[in-house]
Structures are given as structure tokens and as C-alpha cells.
Design a protein around this ligand. Structure first.
Ligand code: 2Z3
Length: 325
């Protein structure tokens, strides 16, 4: 049972995209995150102060809810936010795709970033189940459980700039992209959709071949790249500089930003310069391309993903596909 669901940007900067998910009839807006593998929700087990402003899942109102007694989870994300709690299973439906026995992780504690992000009522992880945090037994992701019932074991991301996009499960909709799809192999050892980029070009400059170890991550807002790439990019932006008080590169909001081309095999993925003006911050504007220093690999986040049609192929040899649109 293939499915399709709308992914709506939460704000004017496309900082995250949320999708409606039904848990036994209770509908919550969750962030689909190909960088983690826990499906967790705001719940009635949270302190009331942390529930404020959010849509709350109430397991006592679900007839298909089965508590997994003694099971717990605890996750910390790259931006230092986090959550933890208990676990049960329920029927989870996304678009037309329904899964029973899905582990739904109930939050009993969430960090302040989640409390204040009132549009976000939890996450639906789409990375590999190997990094699910449930103990004593890790649980499968929605995609892993849905796979056998899908026409093909894939999901696609068609995120858009300042507009709603879609995630599709089970089919590759040829109306959503142009030209050929380029596939690249994925390494799953860290549990991410990890691949090696083939290089970059800034604006109309020549392409620089270089291997870039990266993950395709719908749960990360920006693009995080090696310093060599980031400095080469902002050298082409007049007035750009690294502003430690803002935590990254900023530039005058009037600046014209060059496109950034990122190579995937022989495919050249073009990120429009305007996508790289992320948001006003202080008296300047904050860049959508930042340094990957301290992360350990590069992250091709939403600023990149929304310029492409992306296939997450979960077949026995997982791979990523990219196409223009
Ligand atoms: C620099 C390293 C990555 C940072 C990345 N976070 C982000 O990219 C957050 C996402 C966010 C948007 C709006 C409101 C709140 C949070 N945005 C962010 O740090 N910024 C700061 C820079 O300006 C742009 C917005 C992250 O932790 N992504 C998580 C998933 C997010 C966690 C926080 C809530 C939203 C989802 C991830 O799962 O994708 C991960 F792979 F990074 C990870 O930590 N996996 C374990």
C-alpha cells in the first residue's frame, strides 16, 4: 500500500518540514528525518509545561495501543537537542501507507528546543534501524516495516523552496523530476544514508573533483561541507565573513549569491544561490552553506535536498538516487 504525504515548511526559512501522521486516528505533525531512526511523539506522559502548545498523543485513547513494558529510549541530536521516554506499538498511517505493530516512542522528557518548537510534535526516523535507540531491543523504522507492502522498497523526497513538497512511499513518480536519475552507493555502517560526493563548483567556476563523505539528511536544515568548499564559496560573495557570534558565515542581505554545484558521480546537482540565503540574522543574512568542522562528515540537508528529487532506495543494496526537477 503505497503512500504520499505533504511536507510543509514550518516557517519562512524552510528550517524544517512537517508531515501529518495518524497514530490510530490521532493525527500529529511530525518531522520526517532521514538522519535518525526513532519515531517519537509528544505525549500525555510529558510534564504539562512541556506539552504546552503542542498536539499531544494520548495512548489511553488508542484501542490498538500495546505498551512495551520496561522498554525505554533516549536520543541526542547533532544540534544538542534531545528527548527520552517509554515505548509501545500502534497502527501508524502516512498517506496511504499503513503499518501495524509500529514502535511509537512516547516522550516523558524533551529538551527546551523541542518545547519551544510548537509546530513540531515529534519525529519519524527514516535512517537505518541499526541506530534506533530503544532498549532492551531496538525497534524498526516505519519504512522498514512498510517495505514488504510497498510496490518497491523506496521512498522519495520532493521538498520545495518556501512551498509544500511531498514524501512518497513505494513509488518513484516520474512526473516529479526531469532527465535521468543518477544513483550512488550508500554506506550504512553509521546507520545514515551516507555516500561520497564527487566534488563541487562555485557559480560558473570550474568543477573541482574531490571526494566528499556526506549524508543525505532531511532533518538538517543547512548544507555542512568541508572548509575548502565553504571558503571557496564565500570568497565569491562580497562582504561575506565568518561571524563567530552568529556561529557561521554571514553576508549583506543585498548580496548576490552564486549557485553551488555538488557532484554526485557524473551528475551535477545545482543548488540555486537564492537557496543559500538562509535567513536574516542580526544586521546581516546567514548562509545556507556552513562548515562541517566538528561533525565528522558533510551533511546535505534541506537547502540541498529541496533543489533535487531524491530517491532513498531501501533494496538489499541500499542506494540514493538524485534527479533535477
Ligand atoms: C549540525 C549538525 C546537525 C544539526 C541538525 N539540526 C538542525 O539542522 C536544526 C533543525 C531544526 C530546525 C528548526 C527547529 C529546530 C531544529 N536546525 C539548526 O540547527 N539550525 C541552525 C542553523 O540555522 C538553521 C537552523 C540535527 O541535529 N538534525 C537531526 C534531526 C533534528 C533534531 C532537532 C529537531 C529537528 C530534527 C538529525 O537527526 O538529522 C541528525 F542526523 F543530525 C542527528 O542528530 N542524528 C542523530
Amino acid at each position: 500500500n503505497d503512500g504520499s504525504v505533504t511536507a510543509t515548511p514550518v516557517d519562512a526559512y524552510d528550517s524544517e518540514y512537517l508531515c501529518p501522521v495518524s497514530i490510530d486516528g490521532q493525527i500529529l505533525a511530525l518531522e520526517f528525518d532521514s538522519g535518525s531512526s526513532d519515531l517519537w511523539v509528544f505525549s500525555t506522559s510529558l510534564p504539562l509545561s512541556q506539552q504546552k502548545g503542542h498536539v499531544i498523543f494520548d495512548p489511553s485513547k488508542s484501542k490498538n495501543w500495546k505498551a512495551l513494558s520496561g522498554y525505554t529510549w533516549n536520543i541526542t541530536y547533532g544540534d544538542k537537542s534531545g528527548a527520552s521516554g517509554t515505548v509501545g506499538t500502534d497502527v501508524v498511517t502516512v498517506g496511504g501507507t499503513s503499518v501495524s505493530g509500529q514502535a511509537v516512542e512516547i516522550a516523558t522528557q524533551v529538551s527546551s528546543q523541542f518545547v519551544s518548537d510548537t509546530a513540531n510534535n515529534g519525529l519519524l526516523g527514516l535512517a537505518f534501524s541499526s541506530i534506533n535507540t530503544v532498549k532492551p531491543q531496538k525497534q524498526k523504522t516505519f519504512f522498514d516495516l512498510a517495505k514488504p507492502s510497498l510496490s518497491s522498497p523506496v521512498f522519495t523526497a520532493d521538498l520545495k523552496h518556501h512551498a509544500p513538497g511531498t514524501y512518497d512511499f513505494g513509488t518513484i513518480n516520474s512526473a516529479k523530476y526531469t532527465g535521468a536519475i543518477t544513483y550512488t552507493n550508500v554506506v550504512t555502517s553509521k546507520g545514515f544514508w551516507e555516500f561520497t560526493g564527487s566534488g563541487y563548483a562555485v557559480g560558473n567556476g570550474s568543477f573541482v573533483s574531490s571526494s566528499i563523505d556526506a549524508i543525505a539528511d532531511t532533518g538538517t536544515t543547512l548544507i555542512y561541507l568541508p572548509d575548502a568548499v565553504v571558503t571557496a564559496y564565500y570568497q565569491q560573495v562580497s562582504g561575506a565573513s565568518y561571524d563567530s557570534s552568529q556561529g557561521g558565515y554571514t553576508f549583506p542581505c543585498s548580496a548576490t549569491l552564486p549557485n553551488l554545484t555538488l557532484g554526485i558521480g557524473s551528475y551535477r546537482a545545482v543548488v540555486p544561490g537564492q537557496y543559500i540565503n538562509y535567513s536574516p540574522r542580526g544586521s546581516k543574512c546567514f548562509g545556507g552553506v556552513q562548515s562541517n568542522t566538528g561533525i565528522g562528515f558533510s551533511i546535505y540537508g534541506d537547502v540541498f535536498l529541496k533543489s533535487q528529487f531524491v530517491i532513498f532506495d531501501g533494496s538489499s543494496t541500499p542506494r540514493l538516487g538524485f534527479a533535477s526537477k
